[in-house]
Design a protein around this ligand. Structure first.
Ligand SMILES: Nc1nc2c(ncn2[C@@H]2O[C@H](COP(=O)(O)OP(=O)(O)OP(=O)(O)O)[C@@H](O)[C@H]2O)c(=O)[nH]1
Ligand SMILES: [Mg+2]
Length: 398
């Protein structure tokens, strides 16, 4: 009923004619908007920033490939909303992609658009999604021992997101879809309703890359340039505190020391404070004995960071953290501060990461793009005892 009323409201307040999308109030028409079709997606609410960056790549590549065949759909960048780790940002949601990324650069790779650009085009300010496909995993992904690409409509489902906090996004029909395999198969679902203008996929993390690590993958990754203010701030920090003005610095090593949920739940993968100090010292003595500057990126608590700093200082190292001023935090947000940490890690002579952290993966990719030798990049902190598998190396393909 509400949906019907909204549709009626839409029909009364706007008039899309052959010339395009027309707004009765301002008497302006936008031909392109009338023709354009948009796909939105959302990700499982608890997922973090860095997995979401990979999910974006899956969609961006799907759209970039389809554009080569004159596909007219555009991808709407889902705003950043209520991310679990972003504790200081509860009041400022939603955050648009331009806060963290260079959207023109994203557009150079794939046909993407920010959600606010769509709201500014719909004068009624209501965005009605024709079909919201809620993706779900198959209960048994390995039927008869084999993982196959497949999808199937049916079953029960719920949209567990919040449309990024917008109350003016409405849906005509929700469709439950069990899905597994390559993301390009989503086009089969899109093709079911050719007259749709707005489609959305919930649980966009379920479809997989068509080709992980391909040249197109890296072209997409390279287009994910950061917002220029974040780059400027990171580079200024490197120049002021780490004595380097080059892209590839020789003057410091960097460490991503993932704590919080990792330190609690993945004790077999991450070391104690003392173990971390011992490993950093051992690494530097082996690979870069003249280095004194250690940059540490971490989500650790102040007490842990102070311990780490004092123990490293006591054996002769100078420890650096990027500590934002209140105005930097307010301006860049937790996500921007995390990116600044990643940029500073990316330019170091050597990087030591946390095993299987997507935050670490994104730094490794950045260093591959910058052209560092992979031996300086794919290093990890080991647990205090027990086995320590080598990190996988994902080398850039040009
Ligand atoms: N500023 C800063 N934030 C960090 C750091 N490490 C983790 N975080 C925060 O914690 C979040 C990490 O979550 P994810 O992006 O999910 O990455 P992850 O948890 O390491 O990896 P997965 O859970 O395996 O995907 C980041 O988005 C940051 O908000 C760090 O070194 N510096
Ligand atoms: Mg995470």
């Amino acid at each position: 009923m509400i949906v019907n009323l909204l549709l009626l409201f839409l029909a009364l307040s706007t008039n899309a004619n052959d010339e395009g999308y027309c707004d009765l109030k301002t008497k302006t028409c936008d031909n392109d908007f009338f023709k354009e079709k948009f796909i939105l997606y959302d990700v499982n609410p608890p997922e973090g920033f860095n997995l979401r960056r990979d999910v974006y790549m899956r969609f961006a590549i799907m759209f970039a490939e389809a554009k080569k065949n004159k596909n007219e759909w555009k991808l709407v960048l889902p705003p950043w909303y209520k991310l679990y780790h972003w504790k200081s940002e509860r009041k400022n949601y939603p955050i648009y992609w331009s806060k963290f990324f260079n959207v023109d650069s994203l557009k150079s790779f794939a046909p993407v658009v920010e959600l606010h650009d769509i709201f500014t085009k719909t004068e009624t300010n209501i965005l009605n999604i024709d079909h919201l496909y809620v993706l779900q995993n198959f209960p048994d992904p390995f039927e008869n021992g084999e993982f196959k690409d497949k999808w199937e409509i049916g079953g029960d489902c719920d949209y567990d997101g919040e449309f990024w906090g917008y109350s003016n996004i409405t849906v005509t029909e929700i469709v439950c879809v069990k899905f597994q395999g390559r993301i390009s198969n989503l086009w089969d679902l899109v093709a079911m309703h050719p007259s749709d203008k707005f489609i959305m996929f919930a649980h966009g993390e379920i479809p997989l890359h068509d080709y992980y690590g391909s040249k197109t993958f890296w072209d997409c990754r390279k287009s994910m340039k950061f917002n220029k203010d974040l780059i400027k701030t990171a580079k200024q920090f490197i120049a002021d505190h780490l004595n380097c003005k080059e892209e590839k610095c020789a003057s410091y090593i960097s460490v991503h020391w993932r704590r919080q949920d990792f330190a609690r739940l993945r004790r077999n993968d991450v070391p104690s404070v003392q173990g971390t100090v011992k490993q950093i010292d051992g690494f530097i003595k082996k690979h870069s004995p003249n280095t004194k500057n250690v940059f540490v990126a971490s989500d650790g608590q102040n007490s842990e960071l102070t311990q780490l700093e004092s123990q490293l200082t006591s054996i002769g190292y100078k420890v650096h953290f990027f500590i934002p001023t209140p105005s930097q935090l307010n301006d860049f947000k937790d996500g921007g501060i995390a990116i600044i940490d990643q940029i500073i890690c990316s330019h170091a002579a050597y990087f030591i990461g946390t095993y299987e952290s997507t935050f670490t993966f994104r730094i490794q990719e950045e260093r591959e793009i910058l052209g560092f030798d992979s031996s300086t990049t794919f290093n990890r902190l080991c647990p205090d005892s027990g086995k320590c598998e080598k990190p996988s190396k994902w080398r850039v393909v040009s």
